[in-house]
Write a protein that binds this ligand. Structure first.
Ligand code: GAF
Length: 384
């Protein structure tokens, strides 16, 4: 049974009526990690894994939610102020409702079922996909006339306020603005963007899931953000025109941050280099030079692991294991870090063999199962 039929059945069983269906995709990021909240560039793309929402209006002010994954439902009222709840999954929906209320959008009650095939905690942005699908569905249901950019921004705010993660804008942007066959080169300062054709000529994007659940809210993500802000503050004392790491050069860091704190210097240096690397990687992609692009991905991984320190031994193991494989021009950890997936460029005819080999060595080494997905690049949020 396809996802549309499944979620419709669940909705009918729960609420006894016919719903409208919406979906928002997860994302990959080719290169440009932890650069979004530093006003830098990112290069994400929406993938063929989705969060689905089935929804119908109610005649009262109640919100009835049901999660197919958790086989669990809950009820809230729009007459009471919403706040985060202990059971994590409703927060991504409630956070969006709360943002819409704060914007003064006229909402009334609704029944909602959530389902999907974006693996949770795998670094593929299931949370952003829930937020975007919720925003998209409510926008449609209540004719709120919000454009995609407004929905991206309020979805990001929902993550800040109801999930406690001060995330950048990349994940929500990719989920809302994705385009089939293209990556999005996004300037996270101006929010200008261009679509870059992802012509991988005989190669595929393969995601290897460590099955180590990352927990972005686990202070480390927010700590990285604070460390970057500290570096900027030190440079700003001498260069008041500077607004973010985007405006800072390596020599400024050497002169003004290194003498104060070596750790903060390393964090900032990675971000400055990653931004430069992304620009070059886009040129590689335009020339169709996957070897050059891939070597930059490996370099990004090294930086994320040793300088930014957001990797983990399982991610490092998977990247090391493919490093000298001629069928894999590039690989790296992806997303916030501390678990989740590696993104790999793999020659199509080598995928099965690679995964078979890795499965055994990964399990021997870590005691964890290795799962994998071949990601096709698809459009962003819409009707399902
Ligand atoms: C997470 C965040 F949500 C993004 O905003 C981004 O910072 C990413 O980690 C790291 O590049 O996915």
């Amino acid at each position: 049974m396809n996802m549309q039929n499944r979620i419709t059945d669940v909705f009918r069983n729960q609420f006894g009526s016919q719903p409208l269906l919406f979906r928002s995709p997860g994302r990959v990021n080719i290169i440009g990690e932890h650069t979004d909240y530093n006003e830098g560039f990112v290069l994400p793309a929406a993938i063929d894994k989705y969060i689905y929402i089935a929804i119908a209006p109610r005649t009262d002010k109640e919100i009835h939610l049901y999660s197919q994954d958790f086989r669990e439902g809950c009820v809230f009222s729009l007459d009471n102020a919403l706040s985060p709840v202990a059971a994590g999954w409703p927060n991504y929906i409630l956070g969006v409702v709360d943002q819409l209320q704060k914007k003064g959008c006229p909402l009334s009650g609704f029944n909602l079922v959530i389902d999907g095939d974006v693996p949770i905690g795998a670094g593929l942005s299931s949370s952003a996909a829930v937020e975007c699908a919720t925003a998209f569905a409510l926008n449609h249901l209540f004719s709120l006339q919000l454009d995609r950019m407004e929905m991206v921004k309020l979805a990001q705010q929902a993550e800040h306020t109801f999930a406690g993660v001060r995330c950048g804008i990349m994940d929500q942007f990719a989920s809302m603005f994705g385009k089939k066959g293209h990556a999005i080169k996004l300037d996270c300062r101006s929010l200008e963007y261009e679509y870059v054709p992802l012509d991988l000529k005989g190669y595929k994007i393969v995601l290897l899931n460590t099955n180590v659940k990352h927990n972005l809210a686990s202070t480390e993500y927010n700590t990285r953000r604070e460390q970057c802000e500290q570096g900027v503050a030190w440079v700003k004392e001498h260069h008041p025109e500077v607004k973010s790491l985007r405006d800072i050069t390596l020599s400024m860091l050497e002169q003004l941050v290194l003498p104060k704190d070596e750790l903060i210097y390393r964090r900032c240096k990675f971000i400055v280099e990653e931004n430069l690397r992304l620009q070059l990687a886009c040129e590689d992609l335009n020339r169709g030079d996957l070897i050059a692009l891939g070597s930059k991905m490996f370099r990004t991984h090294e930086g994320l692991s040793k300088e930014y320190e957001v990797s983990c031994k399982e991610l490092d193991f998977l990247v090391d294991a493919v490093k000298n494989n001629p069928a894999v021009p590039g690989a790296r950890m992806m997303g916030g870090g501390f678990g989740g997936c590696t993104i790999n460029l793999v020659r199509e005819d080598a995928i099965e063999g690679l995964v078979d080999n890795l499965r055994h060595s990964y399990e021997d080494q870590t005691g964890l199962k290795l799962t994998y997905y071949i990601a096709d690049i698809e459009d962003g949020s819409g009707l399902a």
